[in-house]
Design a protein around this ligand. Structure first.
Ligand code: TRP
Length: 457
């Protein structure tokens, strides 16, 4: 049997996994859903979900991947042959990747437009209102929406065709640290000139309370931001060398991801509050607040395009992980060649994303359609699929993965992945993780889902 391609180094894996985790979820989505959920309690619940649910499931995924050396569907089969039920969970993961990528790529495209706009001085002399309304106009511009969505899918495809080591790893290793540095720099600026006290209160004082929907959203976002619940970490783990300490790797990725999400909020909110930046569409917070910030900031005209460019790289290192799940599946399970499989997958995902690109403007009638299956809130096509994937598919996938790793896998398979290398602390790690994945994570997800469908609470 040919041996499987491997990450070049431990740093390579960490950077690729962190590259998958850190993305628009941290820089775009977390700040805006925190706004929608009134901060405070929501942030706290989110942090708890990351620690108690997200981290153990990330470990579970990496274990499944490295043990089986397969994609999610294959991993279930190898580790528990002959049980068709798990296959369905595997397919659900691939489907989730498909859905998420379809709308994620649209927003990723926005970051390219904003890189261009800030590079050519589009925002020069504009006030907060004007910047906000120019974002509104961009949202309803059908050509730009579809164009950037297409460009982003092509970029993603290009990297994925290049393969694991030469494609994904090489780039994330360089770009992630630059992004982190820049975000921290901007946070410092924002804390210095903005309304820091109010931002801190907004983000960390739990007086705001949280709705049932908010809890589900916090849980869903914990999955989304860590890229768990659909097999990304299974897929990436399948290329991880055997002597790496999984617990340590997963913890590093989780901490980096969480820190960047909080830093992103601390970069935005002090300014939003200090200048009363108008927020018409919370979905556009980074696209309306930041151009405004850059105008005031020293070296803003250089920082702005650089920043949006790096955000698009962060998005790219996430989209490649989403596409990679679908591609590893069609390569491992259907026997397609990588380039052909990747191109086919990308084409279908692009098509499926077109309504997400157009639902803000040209195809706003789509909202009527999606309302039919979503009664509860007024969500357009884009939001509906985000809602479906984040709040239902990822938690369900995560729950299944937890049950599988905690109960269905053999003890020997589970344990052996902790026994590589010689660190004795790993015995403790193992017992700790085993408890979390068997009891804590599944119960937490289960309760939230029951609560959401109205059976408890
Ligand atoms: N975690 C990424 C972000 O926060 C998005 C992402 C990439 C993702 N791969 C994923 C989300 C897999 C869920 C599942 O932007």
């Amino acid at each position: 049997m040919a041996s499987r391609e491997r990450w070049g180094s431990r740093l390579g894996f960490i950077m690729a996994a962190a590259g998958s985790a850190v993305g628009l979820g941290n820089l775009w989505k977390f700040p805006y859903i925190t706004y929608d959920n009134d901060g405070g309690a929501f942030v706290l619940v989110y942090l708890a979900c990351v620690a108690v649910v997200g981290l153990p499931i990330m470990v579970a995924e990496i274990i499944m991947g490295r043990r089986s050396e397969r994609d999610l569907v294959g991993a279930f089969q190898v580790l528990k042959p002959g049980s068709p039920l798990w296959r369905v969970v595997g397919w659900m993961g691939v489907f989730t990747g498909f859905v998420i990528l379809s709308y994620y790529s649209v927003v990723a495209g926005w970051t390219l437009e904003y890189t261009m706009r800030s590079a050519v001085g589009f925002f020069d002399g504009m006030g907060g209102e004007e910047i906000a309304s120019s974002f509104g106009a961009f949202l309803v511009d059908p050509y730009r929406q579809v164009w950037w969505h297409a460009v982003f899918m092509v970029l993603t495809l290009g990297v994925v065709i290049g393969g694991i080591h030469r494609g994904i790893e090489r780039w994330t290793k360089i770009l992630m640290p630059i992004l982190a540095g820049l975000v921290v720099l901007m946070m410092c600026y924002s804390l210095a000139v903005g309304d820091t006290a109010r931002a801190l209160t907004f983000l960390f004082s739990v007086g705001s309370g949280i709705s049932g929907h908010g809890v589900l959203e916090a849980l869903g976002h914990a999955f989304f931001t860590l890229s768990v619940g659909m097999g990304v970490m299974v897929t990436y783990g399948s290329y991880l060398a055997k002597d790496q300490d999984i617990g340590k790797v997963a913890l590093t990725v989780t901490v980096m991801d969480t820190v960047i999400a909080l830093v992103a909020c601390l970069m935005l909110y002090p300014i939003i509050f200090a200048y009363d930046v108008p927020i018409q569409e919370s979905i556009g917070i980074i696209f309306t607040t930041l151009p405004f910030v850059f105008q005031q900031m020293p070296f803003g005209s250089v920082m702005a395009p650089l920043f949006f460019l790096l955000v698009s790289f962060a998005a790219l290192s996430s989209t490649i992980s989403l596409l990679e799940v679908v591609v590893t599946y069609v390569v491992d399970e259907w026997g397609l060649e990588r380039p052909r499989g990747a191109a086919t997958a990308a084409a279908f995902i692009f098509l499926f994303g077109i309504p997400s690109a157009l639902c803000f403007g040209a195809w706003s009638w789509l909202s009527e359609v999606t309302l039919l299956w979503k009664g509860e809130q007024d969500l357009n096509w884009f939001d509906s699929f985000d809602y479906l994937a984040t709040n239902w598919l990822l938690p369900l996938g995560g729950l299944s993965i937890a049950l599988f790793a905690g109960w269905a896998m053999t003890e020997a398979d589970r344990k052996s992945e902790f026994e590589t290398g010689e660190d004795t602390r790993r015995v403790f790690d193992y017992l700790f993780w085993r408890f979390a994945i068997r009891y804590v994570s599944p119960v937490a997800v289960f309760v939230v889902l029951l609560y959401k469908i109205g059976l408890v609470g």
